[in-house]
Design a protein around this ligand. Structure first.
Ligand SMILES: Nc1nc2c(c(=O)[nH]1)N[C@H]1C(S)=C(S)[C@@H](COP(=O)(O)O)O[C@H]1N2
Ligand SMILES: [Mo]
Length: 231
């Protein structure tokens, strides 16, 4: 019963968030661009499946800072805090009790490879936001990995329905080298915006460029504009 109440609250809060960010989301490049750059058939967002300057790969390359943290599930926690009404620290069990979403999407790395049609299962960031209730002043999130990685993203990008915290890939637990037990994916942005081994999501009231964004990469990271580096 308690869990049912919680799920009902999430559904209600999810609708409010959708309404709150609807207009801003319409203005984001992957929705608003009428001349996206790329080739191939149109993908599920109506964008060319191979963004400009990308090449499709079958293998899934591994990119990280050279350290792959291995966190046993009984010690694993995800903190969601910052500009929210209801900060939480989730155990693995609590995470798995949240609504689960299955999706198929593409993965575009700024180093020019794209892996298409990946099958995922996880929890949508929209549902995570619905759980914690972002304050009206919240505009961005900061994601922190167990490997010390950080990356920032605006809420109008983060709350798109295909932005997930994934634990399952092609029906199997997400391998450690790809960010298991849990990572974020951002199919409509370059993949560095999705933290592997995610351990904390902080809601912010202003943008704050961090790791790659501080090292010359674009803050917006939009694949169909070849938006790789900052000016
Ligand atoms: N925690 C963490 N997340 C990360 C990275 C990282 O080094 N650490 N690398 C980013 C980059 S640049 C890319 S392209 C993808 C790579 O994911 P993969 O190794 O599963 O292909 O993860 C992103 N998320
Ligand atoms: Mo990357």
């Amino acid at each position: 019963m308690e869990n049912e109440d919680k799920l009902n609250r999430i559904v209600e809060s999810r609708m409010k968030l959708k309404a709150r960010f609807e207009e801003k989301m319409k203005l984001t490049p992957s929705v608003a661009d009428d001349a996206p750059k790329g080739s191939g058939k149109l993908n599920r967002h109506g964008m060319p499946s191979i963004p400009i300057g990308q090449t499709a790969t079958i293998k899934w390359p591994v990119l990280d800072l050279g350290y792959q943290p291995n966190i046993p599930l009984d010690r694993w926690r995800l903190t969601i805090d910052g500009a929210v009404d209801n900060p939480v620290r989730l155990s693995w069990k609590e995470l798995m009790e949240l609504p689960q979403t299955k999706d198929t999407s593409d993965f575009h790395c700024v180093t020019t490879w794209s892996k298409l049609d990946m099958h995922w299962k996880g929890i949508s960031l929209l549902d995570i936001a619905a759980l914690v209730h972002p304050k009206d002043t919240a505009t961005h999130i900061m994601c922190y990995g167990y490997d010390t990685y950080t990356t920032n993203i605006s809420l109008e990008e983060a709350l798109k329905p295909d932005v997930l915290l994934v634990h399952t890939f092609e029906g199997q637990p997400l391998p450690i080298e790809h960010g298991g037990p849990l990572r974020m994916i951002t199919p409509q942005l370059y993949a560095w915006k999705g933290s592997k081994w995610i351990k904390r999501i902080e809601f912010l009231t202003e943008d704050k460029p961090v790791f790659w964004e501080d090292r010359g990469y674009s803050n917006t990271a939009y694949p169909w504009r070849n938006d790789r580096y900052s000016e």
